[in-house]
Write a protein that binds this ligand. Structure first.
Ligand SMILES: [Zn+2]
Length: 346
């Protein structure tokens, strides 16, 4: 009896290893067959269901993958990886992929050297949000405002089985695109990783409003062909997910927000245009308070009230809504002269 069990364990382990190897080779149907044989040899082993879940996931059969991960998780309830994979398969069935990354929480976590330690600690102080958004079925996404920790951003995508197909820039400031920081931080001689690494190493297009494009290109040292210049109202499709670009000048001349219509509630990635209860700085040389008034009061205020607004920095929470900003924030009904007085521009 004991010998039989040992033999079944060995057969299961062998097929499990084969399934893993086939998956790595991109032979997903073979990986599925070996996973089936693993389960046939030992049907109370979580690994067999996990392997079959991985094969189904790679074949984009997300409902079967979710079933397998759920069964595996039932057999090994303490395994956190299985719960994560189940959540990923369930999300894929819904079709929408969205991540809000914060330095010190999701990225910028394990500096490899002193320079990286300094960059990561600055990132934590600046509290920039970086976003991943895309189609959870086709596993394609773009990164919005990739800066500070490109390796960390890539790790998140790899763990989620997502492929990067583009980079979106909300505006040209270094904390959103990387590069050499402005004075006095430039004295440190540190270059912040960002769009340059994404454009040249991941070889994807950088979507930028045409008005900020030249500044982004020169500040980051980008090859001109990597830039995709956008006008107001441009639409870019990532699988079935549509990104609607809104030109919102004010904080910089080419600032843009990204509106994502969704059946269960729209999203807006607002960069440094709209924050919870405030807006981006208007005291820098390139800023325009009057343009910001129009961007906020004419463009963003016309979005559906239920739209969730995801800003470019963590200034008091992960998101707000258009309705809340109309009640308590800068989308509150006001005249242009009142607005300009608030910003000391008479
Ligand atoms: Zn900014």
């Amino acid at each position: 009896m004991a010998e039989d069990n040992t033999s079944a364990d060995e057969i299961a382990a062998l097929h499990s290893n084969c399934s893993f190897a086939q998956l790595k080779l991109g032979q997903f149907h073979e990986a599925l067959e070996d996973a089936d044989k693993t389960i046939a040899a030992k049907n109370d082993w979580s690994k067999g269901y996990f392997r079959r879940g991985e094969a189904h996931f790679a074949l984009r059969d997300y409902s079967s993958a979710a079933e397998d991960y759920a069964k595996a998780s039932e057999l090994a309830p303490e395994d956190a990886t299985l719960k994560k994979r189940l959540a990923l398969a369930t999300e894929a069935m819904d079709g929408f992929y969205f991540r809000q990354l914060l330095p010190g929480r999701d990225i910028c976590l394990a500096p490899a050297n002193m320079v990286e330690r300094q960059i990561f600690s600055s990132a934590e102080q600046m509290q920039n949000y970086i976003y991943l958004i895309g189609d959870a079925r086709t596993r394609e996404c773009v990164v919005i405002d990739a800066a500070w920790d490109v390796k960390g951003i890539r790790s998140v995508m790899a763990a989620d089985n997502m492929k990067l197909v583009g980079a979106v820039v909300t505006h040209y400031h270094f904390d959103h695109v990387g590069g050499v920081p402005p004075p006095p931080f430039n004295a440190l001689g540190i270059k912040v990783p960002g769009i340059f690494e994404i454009a040249t190493e991941d070889r994807v297009k950088v979507y930028v409003n045409k008005t900020d494009a030249e500044t982004v290109r020169t500040k980051c040292g980008l090859p001109a062909e990597s830039l995709e210049l956008l006008e107001d109202s441009a639409v870019v499709s990532i699988g079935s997910v549509k990104l609607h670009f809104i030109h919102t000048p004010g904080h910089t001349p080419g600032s843009q927000c990204i509106h994502v219509p969704r059946k269960d509630g729209d999203l807006l990635i607002s960069g440094d245009t709209l924050f919870i209860g405030s807006c981006g700085r208007l005291d820098l040389p390139d800023c325009d308070a009057k343009a910001m008034f129009n961007s906020l009061q004419k463009k963003l205020a016309s979005l559906p009230d239920s739209t969730r607004v995801y800003p470019g920095h963590d200034y008091g929470g992960p998101y707000t809504t258009i309705a809340d900003e109309k009640t308590r924030g800068l989308l509150k009904n006001m005249t242009e002269s009142h607005w300009l007085k608030m910003h000391h521009r008479f």
